[in-house]
Design a protein around this ligand. Sequence first.
Ligand code: C5P
Length: 311
Amino acid sequence: MSLAAFPGSVHVRAPGKINVYLGVGGRHEDGYHALATVFQAVSLFEDVIATESDEFSLSVSGVEDAASVPTDDRNLAMRAAKMLATATGYAGGVHLELRKSVPVAGGMGGGSADAAAALVACDALWGTGLSPQHLHELAARLGADVPFALHGGTAVGTGRGDQLNPALARGRFDWVLVTSDAGLSTPEIYARLDEDRAETGALADDPPLSLDVPIPVLQALRAGDPHALAAAMFNDLEGPARSERPVLDDIIAEGIAAGALNGIVSGSGPTIAFLCENPASARDVAAELQDAGRTAMHVHGPVHGARIISA
Ligand code: C5P
């Protein structure tokens, strides 16, 4: 089916993300953790088509488990549309059609991309004309990863991950993603990290509430050097995700044996992101993992943030 918009509708595309680096500090009183992260938007996109309507409604298609995605106020895209209507005094509604490619509960910010796309689509459809700064504020209220899905590219996130600064990244990075049939719950993975740290006494005395991204990560991005980035990439949520889902250990070993430079759990998992030397190597790694029965795809980053495709 064509993605071309019909009258009275706006089509927006927003990317999924990989956390190239994810350092987690102490837990704030609101339950959110202090983060220092580097996001990279990758070429796996969510499409949101917003169509004029008096009511608010939502439908989902695309990924196999589309049926597991809520279509009511639990859906972040629905909340985004309603938040924009409230913020601007818009009295009507919208039908949101979500065509998903980013795995559900996969640690790649698919729901956040839907929310960012819904904000941009409804703003255009309703003619509410919010400034980029106002859109960013609404995005940050919806979730820690939503502002990044608006902006795309490669960016450092601090605070809850929602305070963004662009990171210089040269060239393109080739990634192979291995997705899993069953997702992982982000709050549960953070809770498991807290439990593990409490047990081992890690961070017990002085959990940092402000963290920095290590310089080698930023240097590798700036140099466009996949070998240096492979050596520097790191994720504090990887330990808890791997203990929750031991098969991830096997997948990482398989990808590295197939020629990837390194593999990392993306966000709270269970998607694994393998960094490869170049496009040809990524194609080989993806093919070998597919032959072994894994769901693997070759993507690249950085790519743009939420953007209108047609209106
Ligand atoms: O903001 P978002 O809805 O994406 O976050 C999902 C969950 O991840 C939060 O409810 C929280 O449990 C956890 N989280 C966190 N610290 C962050 C970001 C997310 O603890 N900085």
